[in-house]
Design a protein around this ligand. Structure first.
Ligand code: AMP
Length: 605
């Protein structure tokens, strides 16, 4: 190669190896992220061979964080965010306090100074945005109540981190521990106005800056950003639209960080949120998906790069204690906090599982702690090892929580039998209506199952309803579930790809299933399971290309309707009515009833 290209080699090395090991992990029935982390360890400095650039990888990963948070923001309205503040704010603060206390205890036991132990504890208390959001997205939980609580919780943690990053250097310089420089902004203010901000002043200053950013976004951003996107959409250029989405997500995040000291993630979240109410948010989300996924993978690679496997041999016990705090200590604390708010067990388990890991924030805190001379190098090594192991264990934690739920619920019912006094209390509790995202098995049989109630499913559903066919809808968007419940339609909240959801819909006893979701990968998984559980069920599926039709048929679908083909036939039909006047106008095909063309046009080769 004629010259050195660290950026290209880091992206290429990271993505290629992540792809190879991710695919390998998938083959071994492990989550792909384990493969990405291993790819990171391999391109890291602690293993022989090629070493990727250690400062570039985390920076690239930040782009993944920005796009992830932007995407989540697109699904959030201000109302959604405010609706979870009652639990997310006290919950996150209590959990941070608890985890910090545990970390501080471990640090004190290891003989570290108080400041260092506190930084260590704080680093163990904040969950990784990427890991949490990916886990929620994989399980299609972002738009459920529990998903919103988890995201709200994450945002509070993020804000707490913004404060911590300002306060730790200041506290270090005041407390005399370490060798901290004074924060440049407050030093400048001190000089300018002869002010001494002190810790309280710094907290206030940081909060004012965050509030200023939020206010600007809600007042101006809310108008300007959707307006810009609409203008770009009207140019008809997909390329410009895509670019606009990226420019807004990255630009706002960067501006928020540089001008207001808000984290990149939080900036991106607000950029997405102000677009959420616009009908373009759906398209914006789609356009940012491929880059988001690629850069989020680089996050895992960059975490892997930091990991030194030798620590497992050198310090097995402190590592075990660290992991215990992250995976068990934090999760149990979150579980109890959510239960204390009288949320259902399922919600509490999901939230605690999603928070039982640490990641990027912890690395920043660890680096800061070491730089200020507060945290010993050993503490940073424990944080790095704790992060990678807790990320690997995270899918397992979700799995265990799913398994534990029926067990706990069963135990609750047995208590009722054993203790008549408790029975009344529980009966009273059961009278309160279940949360939106609580699911119960159906009593239907010989019924139709409708998967997805969007543009396609809603028309199918209305038809089933008017023909009095017994049916239920599986949907993962709680807004849609709410609408359906209001109409008296039986619903099942959840991802139809999960076997549990299909079982709750009594797949084995159903007569037909209509899979009206746009993602063919998911539709294939559902088809495959439906066919294996119920060989005689009628499977009708939706596709967008010939390849998808073949694939769905291969997995056992009886009839596959290709959206684009039906649109074309509809057009042909309408044109024929005009051009061959002998063909009479059909009712319902007048110009007023033509559906908006909201499907993406078929791609020409
Ligand atoms: P549309 O593309 O407008 O027909 O919308 C599809 C609908 O299906 C949306 O309401 C989604 O929330 C829902 N959906 C998509 N994938 C799944 C899935 N795997 N499980 C349950 N619902 C889904």
């Amino acid at each position: 190669m004629p010259h050195d290209t660290p950026l290209i080699s880091t992206i290429v090395g990271g993505l290629v190896l992540a792809f190879i090991f991710g695919a390998f992990a998938h083959r071994l029935r492990m989550p792909p992220l384990v493969g990405y982390l291993i790819a990171g360890v391999l391109v890291g400095p602690h293993t022989p061979g090629y070493v990727a650039d250690q400062s570039l990888a985390p920076e690239l990963a930040e782009i993944g964080v920005i796009l992830l948070m932007f995407g989540v923001g697109l699904h959030f309205s201000l109302k959604d965010l405010l609706s979870v503040r009652g639990i997310a704010v006290p919950g996150a603060i209590a959990q941070i306090a608890f985890a910090t206390l545990l970390g501080w205890g471990l640090g004190a036991f290891m003989g570290w100074p108080t400041g260092g132990s506190l930084v260590f504890g704080l680093a163990l208390s904040v969950a990784s945005t990427v890991v949490l959001l990916k886990a929620l997205q994989e399980r299609r939980l972002v738009e459920t109540e529990r998903g919103r609580i988890a995201v709200g919780w994450l945002i509070v943690e993020d804000l707490a981190m913004v404060l911590a990053l300002v306060l730790i250097p200041a506290a270090a310089s005041i407390g005399g521990e370490g060798h901290a420089p004074v924060e440049p902004l407050s030093a400048g203010l001190n000089r300018l106005f002869g002010l001494d901000l002190g810790i309280g002043g710094m907290i206030a200053m940081t909060l004012v800056k965050v509030a200023l950013f939020v206010a600007l976004m809600l007042v101006f951003g809310r108008k300007l950003i959707p307006w810009t996107m609409h203008r770009i959409a009207h140019t008809g250029s997909r390329e410009l639209f895509r670019l606009g989405v990226l420019a807004i997500a990255l630009g706002v995040a960067f501006g928020a960080a540089k001008l207001f000291g808000v984290s990149l993630a939080l900036g991106a979240f607000f950029a997405g949120m102000v677009l959420a109410e616009s009908e373009l948010s759906h398209r914006a989300a789609q356009e940012s998906l491929p880059l988001r996924d690629a850069f989020a993978v680089l996050f895992f690679v960059s975490v892997g790069m930091l990991f030194d496997p030798n620590i497992l041999i050198d310090k097995p016990l402190p590592i075990l204690a660290t992991i215990f705090i992250i995976v068990i200590g934090k999760s149990v604390a979150a579980l109890l906090i959510v239960l204390a708010f009288k949320k259902p067990l399922g919600t509490a388990l999901t939230i605690s599982a999603s928070l039982g890991q640490i990641g990027e924030f912890s690395f920043i805190l660890a680096a800061l702690g070491v730089e200020l001379g507060l945290l010993p190098g050993e503490g940073r090594d424990l944080i790095l090892a704790g992060a990678i192991i807790s990320i690997i264990l995270n899918p397992l934690l979700f799995f265990l929580c799913d398994r534990m739920r029926p067990f706990f619920e069963g135990a609750k019912r047995e208590d009722v039998v054993a203790d008549p006094a408790a029975a009344d209390a529980i009966a009273a509790q059961e009278e309160t209506p279940p949360e939106d995202d609580e699911v119960h098995p159906t009593a239907l049989s010989g019924h139709a199952i409708l998967v997805g109630y969007g543009r396609v499913g809603s028309i199918v559903g209305q038809n089933l309803k008017s023909s009095a066919t017994p049916f239920l809808v599986i949907e993962d968007s709680d807004k849609r579930i709410g609408e359906l419940k209001a109409q008296g339609v039986e619903t099942l909240m959840g991802n139809a790809v999960m076997r549990e959801t299909l079982d709750l819909a009594n797949l084995a006893g159903a007569r037909s299933i209509a899979i009206a979701i746009p993602n063919a990968f998911e539709a294939c998984r559902i088809t495959e399971q439906a066919r294996s559980v119920n060989p005689s069920i009628l499977i009708v599926a939706r596709a967008h290309s010939d390849a998808e039709v073949d694939e769905l048929k291969h997995y056992g679908a009886d009839t596959v309707i290709m959206g684009e083909r039906e649109i074309a036939l509809g057009m042909v039909d309408r044109l024929a009515q005009v051009h061959h006047e002998s063909v009479p106008y059909e009712d319902g095909h007048g110009p007023d009833t033509i559906m908006p063309a909201d499907e993406p046009p078929p791609q020409r080769e």
